[in-house]
Design a protein around this ligand. Sequence first.
Ligand code: ADP
Ligand code: MG
Length: 360
Amino acid sequence: APGAAARFAMPDTAIGIVGGGQLGRMLAMAAARLGYRVIVLDPDAGCPAAQVANAQIVAAYDDVAALRDLAARTSVVTYEFENVPVAQIRAAVTAVPLYPPAEALEVTQDRVVEKAFLNGIGVATAEWRAIDSVAELGHALVELDGDCILKTRRFGYDGKGQASIRKGGPHADVFESLGGVPAILEKKVPFAYECSIIAARGIDGSVVAYDPAENVHRLGILHTSTVPGRVSPQVGEAARAIAASILAKLGYVGVIGVEFFVQGDDTILVNEIAPRVHNSGHWTEAACVVSQFEQHVRAIAGLPLGAAARHSDCVMENLIGDDVKRVAAILAEPATLLHLYGKPEARPGRKMGHLTRLTD
Ligand code: ADP
Ligand code: MG
């Protein structure tokens, strides 16, 4: 909307980001390039995003006074992860917009609520059952009748909080091994491959979507995103349509990531939704004129959305833990963009950076 754009055209406008990991860092860099100041709220002083932001509020994510301070010093508040406490951010962010809206947090921070939402708008997922006890797990395993995955309803990421259960295999200890917390049992999908789509919706309801990426995970963590990979035009169209209907249903503003399982007959199931910029969209900074990070800033600031067309095929690869030691060799490649997150210590399983190799 022109009014919103005019409001945010001020060079002195600040954007608030809750969460200071690598996603917040890349959002802050994109915001800076559009002339905005950035204030990051994160409990860890000197977190990746704070290193490139104008200011940091060092506080817990459920600290309402700190969240209020963030809202008071900025013109719009956004977040880089889906586990922002909903009641607290709702209470704190009242005078300025919160984008994406709190409803997007409510839907995506609980896997049962997320699956029920998707099925409720006609989007297919893996078969699932909500699990609150060992007895329920036993019944659900009989009903789903196949290999399954038990996942905690909340706080899982990078494959954490998940356990596989083979058909007819032992399951008595699995519920307790995940902490005995509310869980979801999903039937294992024998997918041909996984893909995802990154899309954005503006304040005026306009939608753009990047080309889908084929994703390969290793040990539950995204390893590569390849564009176009194996994704056929029909699968891409189906993925775009699903992303657009999710965005509209949530009254969404900002960038969303939607993960899919693609079955052998090219039908698709949604795996999960991320109400934020997404690891499988990092390639857009190298292969598109407007990256997912700039697109998110444009959306929440009320600026016109940018084109999502890509100018190159590419492969994005995550640099996990000691992978970061490959930096010299990566820098010697002629058509590869390296991005490091400023994390001081390369622990196993820790996302240290990524590269995007242009492949045409
Ligand atoms: P996370 O929040 O950790 O990304 P996901 O639910 O996306 O959790 O699971 C991580 C990965 O585990 C998926 O990308 C997929 O490779 C595998 N996976 C998860 N659920 C299923 C399922 N129902 N069937 C087959 N594979 C699955
Ligand atoms: Mg996932």
